[in-house]
Design a protein around this ligand. Structure first.
Ligand SMILES: O=C(O)CCC(=O)C(=O)O
Length: 316
């Protein structure tokens, strides 16, 4: 039975799995991902590529005086190659039954010590859950250099957004604005959620070259760096899947039609990818709604016929 979600998160997953012609070994992996919301894999990326990516970014980290570099794939071919590693793309195709679209890279030289969150607060889509992160270790990750933690099975909980905290995302002027005004409330909410649900984290100790795939709603974060000065080179690539509406929940209020649609670039092709709704491409992106004009003013000054025309153009 078709359900418009990743099949691994569908109510009909078990029967779909039985019907599939995957090998028994692959079936085990897919079932593990379905139940736990993550999968640790060996993406078989050549060691030289991992080393060259890491070495190539050393000066970038020190020049920028930053521990986090976003989207350097545009300049750094090694980073791009990691994002589009064939084993990763093939496996994501199996796990999601849609073409994966790598759209963002983040490179870190040390542990992020990020508080627990799920990526759905940053990158959601319609239909939901067609998003995942793949985190590749560019050096061994141990107890003391700020390993990743994650909560197995937590992807099965509801997707929370700012409205669950009583906050309107579309009231923010920019992503930076929403992050600085709202993100701590979200993190506090998730911390409390983990406490009341008594969730138990696992810690990711993996060798250089290994990777974890986390599903959109899996709770995860970075542990404390216990050894001061310890490096932890790693790369996260975020993937969406084709034929979805990609949007930023931190700037969105769905019910009042203020949806901040993301324009994404497919790292594999370098081409922009338009959001699409049930196979219909839609062209509006970003603040395509009027954020600063209250709706009642819009209603009075814009004739109904014009509003309808604009809408029909937007959703051609
Ligand atoms: O690398 C880490 O420590 C955490 C990264 C993370 O949580 C993320 O990229 O969403």
């Amino acid at each position: 039975m078709h359900h418009n979600s990743p099949w691994t998160e569908s109510p009909f997953f078990e029967s779909e799995l039985e019907k599939s012609d995957l090998s028994p070994e692959m079936k085990e992996k897919v079932r593990f991902y379905s139940e736990n919301g993550y999968l640790i894999i060996d993406p078989e990326i050549p060691e030289t590529l991992l080393d060259e990516a890491r070495e190539g970014l050393l000066s970038e980290f020190s020049n920028r005086k930053s521990t986090r570099i976003q989207d350097i794939w545009k300049e750094n071919e090694k980073v791009r190659q990691i994002a589009i590693a064939p084993k990763i793309l093939d496996l994501l195709q199996v796990l999601y039954r849609k073409k994966p679209i790598p759209f963002q890279t983040l490179n870190f030289n040390v542990g992020t010590q990020q508080r627990t969150h799920s990526d759905t607060i940053h990158f959601d889509c319609i239909p939901q859950r067609f998003m995942c992160g793949v985190w590749v270790a560019l050096e061994d990750v141990k107890q003391d250099n700020g390993p990743l933690h994650y909560y197995p099975g937590s992807h099965k909980y509801p997707i929370y957004n700012l409205l669950d905290m009583g906050i309107m995302g579309s009231a923010s002027k920019s992503m930076e604005d929403s992050l600085s005004r709202n993100y701590q409330s979200y993190e506090d909410f998730i911390e409390e959620f983990v406490k009341v649900k008594k969730l138990t984290p696992e810690t990711l100790h993996i060798k250089k070259g290994q990777a974890i795939i986390w599903s959109a709603n899996l709770l995860h974060g970075g542990n404390k760096i216990e050894r001061p000065g310890a490096t932890r080179h790693s790369q996260v690539t975020h993937y969406y899947f084709e034929d979805c509406v990609y949007y930023a929940p931190l700037l969105t209020d769905m019910a009042i039609e203020r949806i901040n649609i993301r324009e994404i670039t497919d790292i594999q092709t370098g081409q922009k990818v338009k959001s699409s709704y049930n196979h219909r491409p839609i062209s509006n992106t970003g603040y395509s709604y009027k954020v600063y004009l209250p709706t009642h003013i819009l209603r009075t000054v814009v004739p109904e016929s014009l509003r309808k025309r604009v809408k029909s153009l937007l959703f051609r």
